[in-house]
Design a protein around this ligand. Structure first.
Ligand code: SF4
Length: 401
């Protein structure tokens, strides 16, 4: 299998009746250690042959086992470990096969008539007798791809590629770089979908996640303090557009939804428990006093409420009780930590609910692609930022989403 999101992989997922039945089957048949062997390749000098030559079914099952585990913590160090190790496995297979058939990106082999001889001589250095075969191979424009498909994924400069008659021509290295970008996007898309159904997944995935997390903590120990997924001070500049809109204050018809429903849930989860292990978590499971709510969350909610027209809490002073209610403390304005659990701690509404209830708030930007909930938007931005700053960022540069 050259691409776990490609045509053949999709046919296998369909054979099982879709992603959910596949994940249930995996939980019965794939040992946790077999799935984890895939991520252990990251630190090996050579990828074991049995992993490279796995049957397509085993490959899909072990890979999707890891995706199921990531549903418990999207955009954390676990995802980074799964991403890097599997990019390594699939890239090695693609290189060995020398083919692009079945990949999610529509690459075609370049024909000799596609490129004028003069251009080829310059670009592929065909007249440089001093260059060895191996070196020459690196310059060969092996694949071409329609410019429209290419531009959807390429983040480098257009000067880096040869473009002719609506096609971009790529060396093997450039083609692999493009494939990697497509792989990342598909990985994110799948994890965002699975995040929605994580409560229905078999306990196997929670156990696999725990083990994956141990390996990731060991592998990225120097990054743990600042990595996304853990409680940390709020980063307002990385908030999703809908939350930024709510922070600015909104007109009267939108106030209760924007402030009490969206802002209260978003700020509290983002600050206290950005990656809740389950849906029915309580605030007292995550913090030991109310300081963080009183000092960091409530003032932001109240200021946003005051920016509404007319100001929310002047107009409806009882609404403060509703804020505590949405934080899970019941209808009160003087809660203690022990009251946490008297009502449900509301989770941020999904994007489709926001679009249905308050369409004026949803002004998607490029980071909203694949995102189904404002909280995962925030986790994604933290993840990308951390990745681009990391000394271990082998890819370098900022990801543009
Ligand atoms: S797509 Fe979602 S995260 Fe983005 S602005 Fe709309 S509601 Fe917010």
């Amino acid at each position: 299998m050259l691409d776990p999101f490609g045509r053949e992989a999709k046919a296998i997922v369909r054979e099982f009746g879709g992603i959910e039945p596949l994940l249930k089957r995996i939980a019965k048949y794939v040992g946790i250690e077999s799935a984890l062997r895939r991520v252990e390749v990251l630190d090996l000098e050579e990828i074991p042959e049995d992993i490279l030559n796995m049957s397509d079914h085993d490959d899909i099952m072990t890979f999707y086992a890891l995706l199921g585990a990531l549903a418990f913590s999207p955009y954390g160090i676990e995802m980074e470990l799964v991403r890097r190790s599997n990019v390594r496995i699939y890239m090695e297979r693609i290189k060995r096969s020398g083919s692009a058939s079945g990949l999610t990106i529509p690459l075609e082999p370049t024909k000799s008539s596609d490129i004028p001889g003069r251009d080829r001589a310059i670009l592929e250095k065909t007249l440089h007798g001093e260059i060895g075969e191996e070196e020459r191979e690196k310059h060969r424009l092996k694949y071409r791809i329609k410019l429209s498909s290419f531009l959807r994924l390429w983040e480098g400069s257009l000067k880096e590629v040869y473009v002719r008659k609506g096609y971009a021509y790529l060396t093997e290295e450039q083609a692999l770089k493009l494939w990697e970008k497509a792989f990342e996007r598909n990985l994110e898309r799948s994890i965002n979908l699975l995040y929605e159904i994580r409560d229905e997944l078999p306990g196997y995935y929670g156990q696999l996640y725990e083990r994956l997390s141990e390996l990731a903590r060991e592998r990225f120990k120097e990054r743990l303090g600042k990595f996304s997924g853990k409680a940390q001070p709020l980063r307002f500049e990385l908030f999703p557009p809908c939350v930024k809109e709510a922070l600015k204050g909104v007109p009267s018809g939108l106030r209760n939804y924007a402030i009490t429903v969206l802002l209260t849930s978003f700020l509290s989860y983002a600050r206290i428990c950005p990656n809740p292990p389950k849906r029915d978590i309580r605030i007292k499971d995550c913090i030991s006093d109310l300081g963080v709510i009183e000092n960091e969350i409530l003032p932001v909610i109240i200021e946003a409420g005051n920016r509404c027209k007319p100001p929310l809490f002047e107009d409806q002073p009882h609404e403060i009780k509703n804020i505590w209610y949405h934080l899970g403390f019941g209808l009160t304005d003087k809660p203690s930590l022990e009251d946490s659990g008297n009502s449900t701690w509301y989770f941020p509404p999904n994007c489709d609910k926001i679009r249905a209830n308050a369409p004026q708030l949803c002004k998607p930007d490029r980071h909203c692609r694949s995102i189904k909930n404002p909280l995962t938007y925030y986790l994604r931005r933290l993840y990308i930022e951390n990745r681009s700053k990391s000394p271990q960022n082998e890819e370098g540069g900022e990801e543009n989403g």
